[in-house]
Design a protein around this ligand. Structure first.
Ligand code: FMN
Length: 239
């Protein structure tokens, strides 16, 4: 193999490995992540393309006491029983479809059931499921919690750009042996996040993300998710 061909093949392997080895990790080791590594990951990720190079992303990086404080405040709100007539929490935006239809509803059910089965939670164990959901707000014990915001004036196109930035973070993390879990769960607590982190009114919360080293001993990290085969979502059109 000539030099150029071998460089191409190792670049391909490295990129594919980062993409394929990324999984949502839901239990982390306490091992800290160096601030310079976080900074470099974010710097690399910000090479993501964006319409007119608008770069719509803003990131709040939480660790140590700041991470604990936000987690505590959200968990307090999450765990406080609501009065029956209390209004439901409003999210910063609507992430999931208002009406669940096939095939999405089945996929959502499957990942929920698979995760609960791994954790040994019985069907109908709503307290167990609620406790597992609550682990989101501790960033699944990751040493670093990221909160992402976007200026409200920006439109759908910028949200498309945002997804590329988020994926870049997750891949740059993989390249350094780090793991992540993107977390929409935080959008229901945008009011607490805003207050705790001093997020300006012009910004809205997009999601959170746990960042750290996966705990290989935890069963929830054994969850493997399926993907639709190519034939289900691709049409090759040549003639
Ligand atoms: C924007 C976004 C938000 C998500 N929010 C959550 C979340 O709040 N909690 C969680 O446990 N997983 C969350 N996930 C992870 C998905 O459940 C996961 O990506 C999906 O099941 C596929 O599994 P994989 O990431 O391991 O490939 C989120 C994923 C994305 C892309």
């Amino acid at each position: 193999m000539n030099k150029q061909a071998s460089e191409t093949s190792s670049a391909q392997q490295a990129v594919d490995a980062a993409i394929v080895s990324r999984r949502s990790i839901r239990a982390f080791l306490p091992t800290p992540v160096a601030q310079e590594d976080i900074a470099r990951i974010l710097e690399v990720a910000a090479r993501a393309p964006s319409g007119a190079n608008m770069q719509p992303w803003k990131v709040y990086v939480l660790s140590g006491a700041a991470r604990q404080r936000l987690s505590r405040r959200i968990l307090d709100a999450y765990e406080t029983p609501k009065a029956p007539d209390a209004p439901a929490r409003t999210a910063s935006y609507t992430y999931y479809p208002r009406q669940w239809t096939a095939p999405f509803i089945e996929r959502r059910r499957k990942i929920g059931l698979d995760l609960y089965q791994l954790l040994g939670l019985e069907r109908g164990d709503t307290a167990g499921m609620a406790a597992q959901h609550g682990r989101n707000f501790q960033f699944f014990d990751a040493p670093v919690g990221l909160i992402f915001t976007i200026e409200r004036v920006l439109e759908q196109g910028s949200w498309l750009d945002y997804g590329m930035f988020l994926q870049n973070i997750m891949l740059a993390a993989r390249a350094r042996g780090l793991d992540t879990c993107p977390q929409a769960a935080f959008i229901h607590y945008h009011d607490i996040i805003r207050d705790e982190l001093g997020v300006p009114a012009s910004e809205m919360v997009v999601c959170g993300m746990a960042l750290g080293y996966a705990d290989p001993a935890k069963v929830e990290n054994r969850l493997s998710t399926e993907r639709e085969p190519l034939a289900g979502f691709v049409k090759f059109i040549a003639t």
